[in-house]
Design a protein around this ligand. Structure first.
Ligand code: MTE
Length: 343
């Protein structure tokens, strides 16, 4: 893959990052239906039109049309958020758009962008429900126009140890919460993403995952200044492979806590389920704050590798955002009871 160099000796293979139970199920599935059947299922999900379109399109050609596109070049960068000392600079868009985790479109990080053509990411609504004063369906275009879009450079760290630095565009999650007004007994914010097996072949063929992808955070985490609703990147609306048209980004947590292409936000009194924790409870915690001192059960988290350069740098607690979020957890990066446990 152009511009992306990860040392093969250090890079985690798909079989290493995938929970064993899932991996075994997948092997059984392959045995049951045969590799050829999987290929057929994958290509028929993409459809002939989708494949032809994908061949014509490059990784940077996956921006859905929207009447709000003109707002993005105008978004002003918030100077409080910088690259930081450890990274050499902002990652190129080509790197960020060609190295993705978005299992709805396959597990090959370098190939996600090739599979997103059939996904219709606009127009889009977000349903808001549960313990909230103003439930309803919110049109994304109206939200983009209602809130001042701003650009924030955030470091983005995956649990698999790779990292990038991205100029996201969007608005604070707190602004949305203030608009919809959670009730006083709402303690948690739950995110549910799209479920369209006809447009996302992974949802059709990878039946061992519990689609749609879902996540949950505490309401005080959601109200934190860092919690960001992302609708754009690099001066334009989001590329489909990066979670168009709307995703969350929580830069102090591992990337899997930042769901892509959300369709529903639900407020509850107790914590909602989370996709990776449900699949492998011993490996993926609820909080999942970036923590160099708590290894994943199958690999260390002490270092991370910058996608695009291959440089390895030390991991920082809370991914370097401790001054913003440390007080949410009394300064403890991995709260007691969260998994994985320190050895
Ligand atoms: N959201 C959905 N809907 N599906 C996914 O597979 N993967 C998560 C997160 N959000 C994922 C998702 C993981 S593991 C990571 S690291 C980030 O998205 C990757 O975001 P990126 O591809 O924009 O870098």
């Amino acid at each position: 893959m152009a511009n992306v160099h990860i040392h093969s000796s250090w890079r985690l293979k798909d079989s290493e990052v995938t929970p064993e139970s899932v991996y075994v199920n997948r092997r059984e599935f392959v045995k049951r239906v045969g590799g050829g059947a999987i290929l057929t299922a994958a290509s028929s999900a993409c459809g002939i039109d989708g494949q032809a379109e994908a061949q014509q399109q490059g990784p940077l050609d996956n921006i859905p049309d929207t009447p709000t596109a003109n707002l993005y070049p105008e978004a002003v960068r918030d100077p409080r958020f910088t690259v930081g000392d450890r990274h050499p600079g902002i990652s190129t868009e080509e790197v960020v758009a060609t190295y993705n985790n978005f299992y709805e479109f396959g597990t090959d990080k370098g190939g996600v962008w090739r599979n997103v053509a059939p996904f219709e990411a606009r127009p889009w609504e977000i349903e808001v429900g549960g313990l909230v004063e103003n439930p309803g369906r919110y049109d994304l275009v109206e939200l983009e126009r209602a809130f001042q879009l701003e650009e924030r450079i955030y470091r983005h760290r995956c649990v698999e140890r790779w990292s990038v630095v991205v100029p996201w565009i969007g608005f604070p999650l707190a602004h949305l919460l203030n608009k919809v007004e959670p009730k006083h007994d709402a303690g948690f914010v739950n995110f549910i993403t799209f479920n369209r097996p006809d447009q996302a072949f992974g949802q059709k063929t990878q039946t061992w995952y519990r689609w749609p992808y879902y996540e949950s955070i505490r309401i005080d985490e959601a109200m934190n200044e860092l919690a960001f609703v992302v609708t754009g990147m690099y001066g334009h609306p989001l590329q489909k492979q990066n979670g168009a048209p709307v995703r969350i980004h929580l830069p102090w947590k591992y990337g899997y806590k930042s769901p892509k292409s959300i369709v529903k936000i639900e407020f509850t009194a107790t914590a909602g389920p989370t996709f990776w924790h449900d699949l492998q409870p011993a490996e993926y915690g609820y909080y999942s704050n970036v923590d160099p001192d708590v290894p994943h059960p199958r690999w260390s988290q002490a270092q991370e590798e910058i996608v695009g350069t291959g440089d390895r740098i030390p991991t920082l607690p809370f991914n370097g955002y401790g001054e913003w979020v440390g007080e949410l957890y009394g300064g403890v990066v991995t709260p007691p009871g969260d998994v994985p446990h320190a050895p």
